[in-house]
Ligand binder design. Structure first.
Ligand code: NAG
Ligand code: NAG
Ligand code: NAG
Ligand code: NAG
Ligand code: CU
Length: 197
């Protein structure tokens, strides 16, 4: 456990200048806003869910509405009014590698509910990806557990909590974190221990 705590402390220091980028999910339309987040390495992206019952899953440019193997998955985050208290955060570990994602609910993906992190401005652009999503013949949802590859949080993060929360990696570890005055790490220490082995 001592190594785990050291790793957590290092991550805290390292993430002090990392930015968090908000993605508004389904606020009155079947969209992610913005639909192409520009994020630096170490930055986090937080998805916030408006009604009705959306999700975000990582896919590939080639298959926009199907889960990428070992990709992230929020699970469904329903809301009846305004943003759900539950949010999903992923960390960008390589700013040169575009990350593609979509909503797995019903026909949302083929309605264009898809987006990207660091999509290039030519070639495989975010617009081209969304157009491809609209043409997709197949929509599938991940078989993985809600929270895979990121952190599900329930509540508003305080400024002191944001640094530690951004230590979530998108390597497939499922974490559930309750931010309620403080941060409760669930599975995080195990994840650090794993990374150090
Ligand atoms: C949600 O949509 C409403 C209506 O367009 C807009 O006024 C509001 O600013 C949006 N909220 C966010 C967080 O984008
Ligand atoms: C959200 O959608 C999923 C998948 O369609 C469904 O299983 C779940 O029951 C829905 N949740 C609510 C609260 O509607
Ligand atoms: C980052 O992504 C780019 C583009 O996919 C890849 O060429 C590069 O090897 C990746 N870097 C690391 C450290 O994984
Ligand atoms: C989030 O927290 C609230 C208040 O503690 C609780 O009522 C709700 O069930 C929680 N939601 C989830 C998805 O854990
Ligand atoms: Cu949706």
């Amino acid at each position: 456990m001592r190594f785990s705590v050291a790793a957590a402390a290092t991550a805290l220091v390292g993430s002090a200048i990392a930015a968090d980028h908000l993605v508004v999910v389904g606020n009155g339309s079947l969209t992610f806003e913005p639909n192409n987040v520009q994020a630096a390495e170490g930055d986090t992206v937080t998805f916030k869910f408006w009604p009705k019952n959306h999700s975000v899953a990582q896919s590939t440019f080639a298959n926009p509405c199907e889960p990428m193997s070992n990709g992230f998955w929020s699970g469904y985050v329903p809301s009846t009014s305004g943003a759900a208290t539950e949010t999903f955060m992923v960390e960008v570990t390589n700013a040169s590698a575009p990350i593609w994602f979509y909503c797995t609910q019903g026909q949302h993906c083929t309605s264009g509910m898809a987006g990207a992190i660091n999509a290039p401005s030519s070639g495989n652009t975010a617009d081209a990806f969304i157009e491809a999503a609209k043409q997709a013949d197949n929509i599938a949802e991940p078989a993985s557990t809600a929270g895979t590859g990121g952190m599900l949080m329930n509540g508003t993060m305080s400024s002191t909590a944001s640094g530690s929360a951004s230590t979530a990696s998108s390597t497939g570890a499922a974490s559930s974190v309750n931010v309620n005055g403080g941060v409760v790490f669930t599975g995080m220490m195990g994840m650090f221990a794993y990374l150090l082995m």
